[in-house]
Design a binder for this molecule. Sequence first.
Ligand SMILES: C[S@@+](CC[C@H](N)C(=O)[O-])C[C@H]1O[C@@H](n2cnc3c(N)ncnc32)[C@H](O)[C@@H]1O
Length: 189
Amino acid sequence: MKPEYRWLSEYDKPKYWSNFSPIYFKSLPFLFGFYFNLNDNKLRKFLKKQKGKTVDLGCGNGRFLAYADLGVDFSKEMLKRAKRTGKDVLLASILDLPFRDKSFDTAFMADTSVIIKPTELKEAYNEAKRVSKNFYDFLAEDRTYMPFIMSIFQGIHLPLQITAYLALFLSFIVDRFRKLVVSRGESIC
Ligand SMILES: C[S@@+](CC[C@H](N)C(=O)[O-])C[C@H]1O[C@@H](n2cnc3c(N)ncnc32)[C@H](O)[C@@H]1O
């Protein structure tokens, strides 16, 4: 079972992400963020094993940029923070990447494909595949059941903190046994 994320019309506006940048991940209740981070280690381990030139598509503030040579994002504010990792960054849209075919050994998106307009997702995947030899698409639910369990609670209007801690408690056991789901975005291409 996969959570159904609702795509919001502001998602494809760089300004929305620039406004979000200063609080991205900081607005989460402490333990919630800590737990996400713990589960992100599955992705970190996977990315660490990749060889050659790597690009992080939709790098945001640079959460996974340590495992790439270059970060691409369409939000200036996100890139300003991503730059602090010391890695190269480039302001561009994933839908129109300014790279030659197969410029990278690996391209990855982390929690970014859900942000792209559903009708443009195929185009984004095609661009990612065009510029790289290997493309991987990762979503939060590949690392933890939290978003799925949170989505169940969405209908019940509890305060965010309570929902987050309930979801954390429930997902802990499942997450301990789950491996990282590796997706190349093949399902729709
Ligand atoms: C949810 S954030 C994830 C950021 C980062 N990958 C992480 O895991 O922390 C999604 C990012 O994708 C970027 N983004 C969304 N659509 C994009 C597009 N068409 N081209 C480039 N970046 C895009 C946003 O600016 C935002 O920084």
